[in-house]
Design a protein around this ligand. Sequence first.
Ligand SMILES: *[C@@H]1O[C@H](CO)[C@@H](O)[C@H](O)[C@H]1NC(C)=O
Ligand SMILES: *[C@@H]1O[C@H](CO)[C@@H](O)[C@H](O)[C@H]1NC(C)=O
Ligand SMILES: *[C@@H]1O[C@H](CO)[C@@H](O)[C@H](O)[C@H]1NC(C)=O
Length: 395
Amino acid sequence: MGIPMASPWALQLTSLLLLLLWRSLGVGAQVSEGFQLHQPQDKVSVTAGETLTLICTTSGYGPAGPLKWLKGWGMGNETVYDQNGVFPRVIRAEPGFYTDFSIYLRDVGPEDAGTYYCVKFRKRFGVDEMFQHGKGTEVSVRAKPTPPVVSGPQHRVGPGQSVSVTCVSGGFYPENIAMRWLKDAASISAQQLRVTPGRTKSSYDMSSSVTVTLQEEDVRSQLVCEVQHPTLRAPLRETFQLSKVLRVPPRVRVVAEPPGPVEPNGTVTFSCQLEGFYPGEVSVTWLENGMEMKVENVSRAVETRRGLFELRSQVELQATVERNGSVFTCRVVHDGQEPLSELAALRVTVPAQEGTGGQSQGGSLLSSPALWLGVLLEKGLLGGLLLCLFKRMMA
Ligand SMILES: *[C@@H]1O[C@H](CO)[C@@H](O)[C@H](O)[C@H]1NC(C)=O
Ligand SMILES: *[C@@H]1O[C@H](CO)[C@@H](O)[C@H](O)[C@H]1NC(C)=O
Ligand SMILES: *[C@@H]1O[C@H](CO)[C@@H](O)[C@H](O)[C@H]1NC(C)=O
């Protein structure tokens, strides 16, 4: 047993036994007349997360019986500390001094707010009975507001429609809190700030909503919720991108190249141009007379300088005579909305000056009387000439 006896625990036990022995000899009873308990702090304010110091001193030992720290009085009081229990958050400030019963309570939270009493009990017929107590220390816990959380509607809205955005924060003490809304850099007015009692009795929560009417340009705008509280050195800020709740539908155009009617077997390109939309998710399909076509040439949506997107989808096809009058439809589904359709018809025309042109030209010449005359004259002259030559050869 030699080595264990040297441990601090064993030493504490030894001193405790000595103390008990000394008290049982009746020394305490003599001292109790002059016993005074001092709890000097009226009000203490501590910041959440920090350590609370509660001061209690005594003059003399007093009667046999424990000293305790109680929180609250009467029904519902709780023992914060006594010498015999286990209180993980509490340590004695001066464990060696029997006249100092001050304690440290670490990692204070809003729930620790309340009035604390230092109480001396005395043992009477085996039970602890209250002997003296301090006047109570009122503890308020200054708590920082939680980082603000800003939320908007679940669904996007189009330009010209309004959205309501809410900022919440909580768990702060004292109650006085200030907040403001900013859109980009400018302050904007909001509904009144609502401050309500929080989850714990000694903290508060806040909530504030703002309504904004969205415009296309808001794709690059943000709302800022700024919260200021006495416990904060700098205000807390949380931003909300308005692009999260904005939908700008595309402007859709179908353009043919070449723009006019096409010769048979010529190629024509229809391009579907989507401009100024947000978000960038879009699907484009082509229909020929209502039947879906296979299209490979779809560009990716590209972001423009304004923050909106644009996209082009093209179909190249052969203008056969059978396709004359065919209708080509560009169908756009943007962000899960009802489809938008734009269409163009193909016109195939045979040019007037080619194809059967040669025959019709010949026909028109043969129907000219002057030509006939020319031909007859030419043939007559040629006939006369041949006749002359024939007569000379015979001669
Ligand atoms: C504390 O509460 C207990 C019951 O839980 C009660 O018996 C005791 O008298 C109370 N003490 C004080 C000081 O109010
Ligand atoms: C068009 O092409 C088809 C076969 O590709 C051919 O049979 C037809 O004669 C062509 N028509 C014209 C006007 O060139
Ligand atoms: C195509 O259709 C138009 C109008 O229906 C018609 O005027 C034209 O002659 C047609 N073209 C051909 C090559 O059939």
